[in-house]
Design a protein around this ligand. Sequence first.
Ligand code: CA
Length: 541
Amino acid sequence: MKAPRRFLILTLLLLGSAALAAERPNIVFVFSDDHATQAISAYGGPLAEIAPTPHLDAIAAEGMLFRRCMVTNSICGPSRATILTGKYSHKNGFFQNEHTRFDGSQETFPKLLQKAGYETALIGKWHLASDPTGFDHWDILPGQGSYYNPDFINPDGKYRVEGYVSEVVTEKAKDWLKTERDPEKPFILMVQHKAPHRAWEPAPKYLSAFDEVTIPEPDTLFDDYSGRGTAARDQDMSISKTMTMRDLKLKNLDETGQFIERVYNRMTPVQQAEWDAAYEEKNQAFAEAKLEGDELIRWKYQRYLKDYLRCIKSVDDSIGELQEFLEGAGLAENTVFIYSSDQGFYLGEHGWFDKRFMFDESYRTPLLVRWPGVVEAGSVNSDLVSNLDFAQTFLDIAGVENPAGMQGASLVPILKSGTPDDWRSSHYYHYYEYPGWHMVHRHEGVYDGRYKLMNFYDLGEWELYDMETDPQELVNQYENPEYAEVRAGLHEELTRLREQYEVPENEVQDLTNVDMHYHSTEIQKRGVERRKMLEAKKEKK
Ligand code: CA
């Protein structure tokens, strides 16, 4: 009698653990670089009809779309570090892209998932300078990576793959799912695209997409920055002044030779021929037209947006292919599929490209979650969520306990049943990279879903926006007496959040000695004038 009973118990235990393993869902996290919500048709807006994203929209239709996913620090590396650690930049040590290496010895969600029995894989863009830690499998693009015939690095070294980066990354992800993963374990697969990062080089098959259409211009394409402080005026990220010949694919006009050296020479002769067939005639027409002033800006905007949206088409294809693969492999039902980007981006709003500012277009990032049987299809959420919450969300999905020190909150309760009563009612932001590319002044701020307070502490300037009456953020209401109460409330909230997140005191920088080598010539001149003015002010004191 004894032996069969022992056998029965063992069988039950095995069945139990198998059931438990089956209950733990897989996670596929597809992550892109600089993808603005304005360029996902599920989010609506003027680009939705011209540049639909059917596969991303399908994720939203079958899952949840988050309208207010705010980043902690709107720039590539810092956003990635926040996602891995569940911590603000001042806690994970990765404040800015330049001169920073991610400290991979710290606690991250992939390490915790690994400990909990998950298989962890990372494919594509990493951009944190140090080698990835906490992954059973990694195969990444070095630095920013290349669009055409990209190099990859894995633990065995560096090698080149012929093809277009978004397609190669997708193929690698499918290969890992098909042949390399351990089918006995639940997994997290992070598929991290380079696209649609600058310099927006489209796939061969999309080089002529949008040729026949005119992209609608944003209302603020010709913004003069009146009504706001110094920072909006002082940046170096405008379509009119900052965009280069390389960005615009004007290879014959690129005096730096960067396009030929870094982009064109990487291509195969066939790719070069396809590229030239798509651009040369249009470039010739541009050269002959000798555009100036607003007309030149309009032309640049069209070229920029079309190339950006062409890159998005490949990202959208990747989503479709991965979904199709998961379905074919019988994995879709037990896999949480998540799409996001490291931050948003300016698609000509305020006359800009790039990110960094706490203004809406780059502060907000897309977040779509499909979780069959858990998330109600077609749901839309407007809570203040953040990339700060991703780590704890992944851990919660896997049933791993919330580790001490992470600063966000799991989104699983929101995904399952709606907003918890104690959900955050405001969000803290902090950008640090100055001086640096695009010269956006350092700032911190608080956003409560309607009002936004920004503190450009090096400039001694505060800005306050009312997103309800002024969604384009054109009028700084900080000194408006009608907003006195709102202003006081936001100051209080900022102080509270700084305490909650243990933000160190802001050290104000002496701007008179700022290295100006990043600036384009025109902005350098303005910087010199500004420096003289500051020096004169100092002398007066
Ligand atoms: Ca980015």
